[in-house]
Design a protein around this ligand. Structure first.
Ligand code: NAD
Ligand code: MG
Length: 397
């Protein structure tokens, strides 16, 4: 590229998390390209303070006003001019501010929906890690991307891989571009190969010890139940205009192939790399260019072999539940997601066993009626009802 680069202004929603931290690591490698406009966190005020010291954002946002008072005090003692705000309104504002070019959506769970949607509606370049937002509101979300001219780049490693394997303009149905199937790879999580009986006794610590990736606790549990792959199946359908039957889940324990696209002429294109989220993050930040991400080069001799197997949907029912929710359409994915967030939280807090997660989500999907999911009220209503009924059932368990 000729001429000086225009520096891009970036908001990182969920800056203190696993994806947020990796994003700041990539940004710090390219100070000539990126500057930080805003950093947000929910409760991790100490971590946010350290990030403000390093990245000097114009704005920092915390969940609660009391934490904001504390951070303001600390920053002023350090002689920093970062403005500190609290609450959801502030998240929406830093996601849509005219000052901002790029928004990394890395809040975990449904809490990320409104700020992420605000970034889309403001026509930003949106780097989507927060898969729950898209799962809940798929039709509405993708419609808003087109309507407001946002640039949506998937950060989830599988979807980022597929994005790289598809033609640049791939909307309008896969078959139009000669794509017959998307092959979504899954590590299988820490309990791959375990029979259902043995899963009943696993602890949160075991579930959060992922063999290949280091991630936040919620997505780690989702990876262990395979709900993560279920959410990703739904995510792939929305991002790439695919039907659920066009997405095949392939267990690939080495996590080196991040996903693939199969074409009608028999070609299968794959994206490979070490399991390090800085690769898809750097891709999203620099697209259509490529930048250095701090990721070690792939050593195929050291990896030596790549294995593949079918997922065990009898031991891990969450994958099937997610596929069924996508097939049902409307508010079903929002119901699935809400119940799953309640169930994962209960498991992490020792209030329910591991296999209870899939059982509870299945129960809630059976219990609640599915409605049309094309307006935000319907989606937020389905999410709230799903959580409420899931909590009631938990009490009775
Ligand atoms: P994490 O738990 O490590 O971090 C979550 C971030 O969101 C933190 O900054 C936290 O302060 C903030 N947050 C939490 N609850 C909030 C709330 N109610 N309101 C506002 N902010 C809140 O999570 P993570 O592993 O970084 O994952 C973030 C998102 O990215 C998830 O949706 C996850 O599915 C997705 N993702 C993560 C990875 C990964 O490797 N970690 C890979 C693919 C996709
Ligand atoms: Mg993923």
């Amino acid at each position: 590229m000729s001429g000086p680069l225009r520096q891009q202004s970036v908001t990182v929603l969920g800056a203190t998390g696993s994806i947020g931290t990796s994003t700041l690591d990539v940004i710090a490698r390219h100070p000539e390209r990126y500057r930080v406009h805003a950093l947000t966190a929910h409760r991790s005020r100490e971590a946010l303070l350290a990030q403000c010291r390093q990245h000097h954002p114009a704005v920092a946002v915390l969940g609660d006003e009391r934490d904001a008072v504390w951070l303001r005090e600390q920053l002023s003692q350090a002689g920093l001019v970062t403005e500190v705000r609290a609450g959801e309104e502030a998240l929406i504002e830093v996601a849509s501010d005219t000052e901002v070019d790029v928004v990394m959506a890395a809040i975990v769970g449904a809490a990320g929906l409104l700020p992420t949607l605000a970034a889309v509606r403001a026509g930003k370049r949106v780097l989507l890690a927060n898969k729950e937002a898209l799962v809940m509101s798929g039709a509405l979300f993708m419609d808003a991307v087109v309507r407001h001219g946002a640039t949506l780049l998937p950060i989830d490693s599988e979807h980022n891989a597929i994005y790289q394997c598809l033609p640049p303009e791939h909307r309008g149905g896969l078959s139009r571009h000669g794509v017959t199937q998307l092959l979504l790879t899954a590590s299988g999580g820490p309990f791959r190969g375990w029979p259902r009986e043995r899963l009943a006794t696993v602890t949160p610590a075991q579930a959060c010890a992922h063999p290949n990736w280091s991630m936040g606790r919620k997505i780690s549990v989702d990876s262990a139940t395979l709900m993560n792959k279920g959410l990703e199946l739904i995510e792939a359908c929305w991002l790439f205009d695919a039907r659920p039957e066009q997405v095949q889940v392939v267990v690939h324990p080495q996590s080196v192939i991040h996903s693939m696209a199969a074409y009608s002429d028999g070609s299968v294109l794959a994206q490979l790399g070490n399991p390090d989220m800085r690769t898809p993050i750097a891709y999203g930040l620099a697209w259509p260019e490529r930048i250095e991400a701090g990721v070690e080069a792939l050593d195929l001799f050291q990896i030596a072999r790549l294995d593949f197997e079918a997922p065990d949907e009898a031991a891990f029912p969450c994958l099937r539940l997610a596929r069924e929710a996508m097939q049902a359409g409307g508010t079903a994915p929002a119901i699935l997601n809400g119940a799953n967030e309640v169930a994962v939280d209960a498991f992490l807090n020792g209030r329910m066993g591991f296999t209870g997660i899939g059982e509870l989500v299945g129960e809630i999907l059976e219990a609640l009626p599915v409605e049309a999911g094309d307006d935000l009220e319907a989606i937020l209503g389905a999410d709230a009802r799903s959580r409420q009924v899931a909590r009631e059932r938990l009490e009775k368990r």
